[in-house]
Design a protein around this ligand. Structure first.
Ligand code: Z5A
Length: 209
């Protein structure tokens, strides 16, 4: 595998998509091939699972264990169908959410057994791990307000969780980042879009050498 794998993590509305777009433009401007992905989604199967996880009535009353396995199924597909081929072709893969979302949302916030979540992540990825993970940290309320302002007022299934759930997500991310400082770059998402762009570029550049 010769490409570079960068994942973006954080709570709702923290600015991942905005930064992925800016980083893609910069990388492509410098002649790098880029492959953008988002989770759940990015393949026909993954997009169908996304719809089921977030919106379809068939997902009402979904048990946390079922949710875990559906996110994992979407990941198993995108890893093999898209990410591994892109990395093999030498591309920079920018992924909006990856294994850490599962660790934090299903493991920490939903309270599923952490060893089980890690085992499911392992099956889904076949061991693929990001070279760099950019965690954009933001108070949950600020991110949710951004999403509400941006959107059509309709919240998906997870966006309707109570504030304690999102506070647990934020703390969960900070805890796993602290435990793996080699892989994680933690940024304050309340900074301007441009300041964040500069910090991300400074962190990515050494990996391109
Ligand atoms: N999930 C899970 O539970 N388990 C898993 O394994 C996986 C996912 C993979 C996916 O949500 C949901 O699935 C997510 C976790 C769960 N649920 N929750 N809650 P999604 O894909 O629909 O959305 P998201 O990833 O949570 O976030 P998002 O809505 O795509 O937001 P974002 O990409 O982080 O932010 P943005 O779109 O770049 O910015 C949001 C707005 O803020 C926008 O209007 C920007 O212009 C503005 N913005 C961006 N940056 C700034 C700064 N720096 N200042 C001010 N305003 C800004």
């Amino acid at each position: 595998m010769s490409g570079l794998f960068i994942s973006f993590e954080g709570g709702e509305g923290c600015g991942k998509s905005t930064q992925i777009k800016a980083l893609t433009a910069r990388l492509e401007g410098e002649g790098h091939g880029v492959f953008q992905a988002r989770e759940p989604g990015g393949t026909p199967l993954g997009e169908a699972l996304r719809q089921l996880l977030q919106h379809d009535a068939a997902g009402d009353g979904m048990h946390p264990e079922a949710e875990l396995l559906l996110f994992a199924a979407a990941r198993a597909q995108i890893v093999r169908e898209k990410l591994l081929p892109a990395l093999a072709a030498g591309k920079v893969v920018l992924c909006d959410r990856f294994i850490d979302s599962t660790t934090v949302y299903q493991g920490v916030a939903r309270g599923l057994n952490r060893a089980d979540v890690a085992a499911v992540n392992q099956v889904a990825t076949g061991g693929l791990r990001p070279d760099l993970t950019i965690l954009i940290d933001l108070p949950a309320q600020t991110g949710l307000e951004r999403v509400r302002k941006r959107g059509n007022g309709q919240l998906d299934r997870m966006e309707q969780e109570d504030p304690a759930f999102f506070d647990a997500v934020r703390q969960g991310y900070l805890d796993i980042a602290k435990a793996d400082p080699q892989r994680f770059l933690v940024l304050d998402g309340a900074q301007s879009i441009e300041t964040l762009q500069t910090s991300i570029w400074n962190a990515v550049q050494p990996h391109l050498a």
